[in-house]
Design a protein around this ligand. Structure first.
Ligand SMILES: Cc1ncc(CN)c(N)n1
Length: 227
C-alpha cells in the first residue's frame, strides 16, 4: 500500500476505504431495485418467493464456507476471539435455516423441489473457491464480511422510518436488518481491517478483488430473484 493510503487505512480502516472506492457497485448491491421494491411495498410476491427458495440453497452452501473461515481462524489468527465471532455466526445460520423452512411453508414454497439457478450455482462455486487451504484467512474474512454486509445494509434500508415494507415481509427484513446482526457485521469488519493492516500487497490485491466479486455476485443474485 502507498504511504498515504497506509496511514488512512490505519485511521479509517481498509474496508471503509474500499467501500468508498467501489461505491457504485456497493450501492448497486445494497440499493438494488429488488430491495427498493420491498421498501416501497411494490414487490412482486413471486419474486420474493423465488428469492426465498434460492437463498435457502445459498445459505446451505454458505454454512461450510463460514466453517472454513472458522478453521482458518483456528490455524492462522493472531486473536483468540475471532473464532467465537464465527461460531456465533454459525449458530445464527442454524436458526436461519430453520427460519427459511418455516417461511417457505408459510408461502407455499416447496424447498425440496427447488433447483439452484445458474447465478446461484456460480455464487456457490465462488464460495467453494474460497474454502481451500490455499486461500488466506485475510481474503476469506474479507469475503465473509462483505457477504453479510450486503444483506445487513439492504434489509436495514427496508426498516427505516420512511419505508413502506409490507407487514408480511417485516420479519424477513428484521432477520438481517436488526441491530444484533449489524453488530455481528461490525465485528467481522474489525477482524478484516485488523488483518488487512498487516497484509502483504499481494494479499491486499486478492482481498480487494474478492470484495468486488462478492458485490458483483450479490447484484446478480438480486437480478435473478427479481426475474
Ligand atoms: C445471496 C446472499 N448473500 C448474503 C446472505 C447473508 N447471509 C444471504 N443469505 N444470501
Amino acid at each position: 500500500m502507498e504511504a498515504g493510503l497506509e496511514q488512512l487505512a490505519e485511521v479509517e480502516g481498509t474496508t471503509a476505504l474500499w467501500l468508498k472506492k467501489h461505491r457504485l457497485v456497493y450501492t448497486a448491491a445494497t440499493r438494488h431495485p429488488f430491495i427498493l421494491s420491498i421498501r416501497d411495498g411494490s414487490i412482486d410476491l413471486n419474486s420474493f418467493k423465488r428469492w426465498l427458495g434460492q437463498d435457502y440453497l445459498f445459505v446451505r452452501a454458505f454454512v461450510p464456507f463460514v466453517s472454513s473461515v472458522l478453521l482458518k481462524a483456528y490455524h492462522e489468527s493472531d486473536n483468540n476471539s475471532d473464532m467465537e465471532v464465527f461460531l456465533s455466526g454459525l449458530a445464527a445460520l442454524n436458526d436461519e435455516i430453520k427460519w427459511f423452512k418455516k417461511e417457505a411453508s408459510k408461502w407455499g414454497v416447496v424447498l425440496s423441489s427447488i433447483a439452484p439457478q445458474k447465478v446461484n450455482e456460480d455464487y456457490c462455486r465462488f464460495l467453494e473457491s474460497l474454502m481451500g487451504p490455499n486461500v488466506e484467512y485475510t481474503v476469506a474474512i474479507t469475503a465473509l464480511w462483505a457477504i453479510e454486509l450486503v444483506y445487513q445494509q439492504s434489509f436495514a434500508h427496508c426498516l427505516e422510518e420512511a419505508s413502506r415494507t409490507p407487514p408480511e415481509l417485516a420479519k424477513t427484513c428484521q432477520r438481517w436488518g436488526n441491530e444484533g446482526f449489524g453488530q455481528y457485521c461490525r465485528s467481522l469488519q474489525k477482524i478484516a481491517d485488523r488483518r488487512l493492516l498487516r497484509a502483504t500487497s499481494e494479499e491486499l490485491k486478492k482481498a480487494e478483488a474478492t470484495l468486488l466479486r462478492v458485490l458483483e455476485h450479490e447484484v446478480e443474485f438480486w437480478n435473478m430473484s427479481q426475474g
